[in-house]
Every structure is written in structure tokens, then in C-alpha cells.
Write a protein that binds this ligand. Sequence first.
Ligand code: SAM
Length: 279
Amino acid sequence: MLSYRHSYHAGNHADVLKHCVQSLILEALKGKDKAFVYHDTHSGAGRYDLKDDHAEKTGEYVDGIGRLWGEDCPQLLHPYLRAVKALNPNGNLRYYPGSPLLASALIRPQDRMMLTELHPSDYPRLAQEFEGDRQVRIAREDGYQCLKANLPPKERRGMVLIDPPYELKDEYRDLVAGVQEGAKRWATGTYALWYPVVFRQDIEFVERRLKASGIRKILKIELRVKQDNVERGMTGSGMIVINPPWKLEQQMAELLPYLTEKLGQSPQAGFTLEWLVGE
Ligand code: SAM
């Protein structure tokens, strides 16, 4: 089943959190000259038009990137926001970069990207976005299979973003299995896993499995824009980061209060920053 289209949700509060964390990990990798790989298992279309029918229908970006646009934001957000601004040079917010386009704005000539996407409409868009770009390889393959086949990367440095649509319950199980397979092949890579806050039990399941997996250094970053409430749909989102860059915890400690204030939709908005597993 491939009914999920990210175009309905691009630029919402969950994208802001995910892309902010992604940009901080990529910036940290740039601390050394040595090349790295950015591997995106669930890439989406790459670029989103916030004025198209899908985005207009939900208007989700208004309470996401819309709330940061034109604001004097903390410096830690600048790499992310520069990439959004680069798509909107006239200053009007219209286009939003998905995770692959954000990565391509931040990587250097020596780095490379590996992208997978399965959707029959989004795959061609992604392929067109990066046509002729020799730093990028795109496959219309299952994200987890491709990850398994490509680890460890030859550079032995980099990050993996795993951002599934969670249309099916099994996807939480697949996520844990995919990460465990990855860590077996490449234990030192940075893995960033996105999750929605809808059913708290699904998140607890992932946390329990990861804690029992033997994988070390697992940081949980969560931003809730409202109180948990399954009837209201997604009330927040989180990133679970394995082997985070050493500054990420401190950076998120600085950013999460700001993001909560900016993106919160109720007095119960809040955040969590904690180690699920330490060193
Ligand atoms: N990472 C993107 C971003 O931040 O801009 C958004 C990705 S979206 C949440 C999830 C994407 O995964 C959808 O475009 C969907 O078509 C794709 N997808 C679903 N199952 C997949 C699979 N098994 N392998 C690769 N892509 C898949």
C-alpha cells in the first residue's frame, strides 16, 4: 500500500523538527574534511509546492515552517532555514525542500547521497530533481533492502535518515528490524529515525525494542505541539538518533524550548530530550 503522499504534510511542525535535526547532524559531519554519505531510505518527492492543491488542502505548513518564516531564529536553525530560503529567493514562502533537497544544499563536493523512494508519482519527481547530479544515486527500491545492500558505506562516515509513512502497524516493527540490520553492518553510523506521536504505545514499542537490542548511544528528541490524544491525530513527533554527534544533545537543549514556544498549539505543548541508552 502506497497511499501516503508527503505533499499534504510538507513543512509542518514534524518536518521542521526532523529537518532541523537532520541539518545539525549534517553540519556536524562537515566538521572533518573526510567525505561522508547521506542515505535516505524514504525520500519522498524532494521538493514541495506549498501552493499546490495538496498543501493548500491541509494548510499544515502554516503552523510549521510558516511560523518560522521571516522570524529572527536562533543561529542553530540557520543552515536549515538557508536551504528553505534558497528555494524562495523573492522572500515569499512557496517551495519547501524535502529531506533529500535539504541534504543536497548542505553536503560538500566530496560527499554523496543515496536515495530510495517507491511511490509511482514521487519517484519520478525525485529522479527529475536530481537528474544529472553525479553526487546522487536514486533507486526505486524498498528503503530497507537498499540500506542493507549498501552498508557499510565505503566512506565509513555519514548518516542514515529513516522516515517511513507509518501507514501500517507493521512499519514500527520494520523500523526496528531495519535499524538492527543496519547497526549489525555499520555500528558507527548515525541513524536518525523519525516517528509521529499518534498512538503512544507504538513509540513505546520501538523504545523497548531498541533498548533491548544492545545498540548503544540512543538519544530521543520529541516535540509535542499538543497533549497526546489519539482522536486529534498527530499531536507531535520525534527523532530517535543513534550515535548522535556529540554536540546534538546540547544543541537540542537550546532549540527545543524555542521550537516548543514557536510551534506549540496548546498550553500543553512540550518536549522531551533524553538518552534511551547511554554510552
Ligand atoms: N523523508 C521525506 C522528507 O523528509 O522530505 C519524506 C518521506 S515520507 C514521510 C515517506 C515516503 O516513503 C513516502 O514518499 C513513501 O512513498 C515512501 N515509502 C513508503 N514505503 C517505502 C519503502 N518501503 N521504501 C522506500 N520508500 C517508501
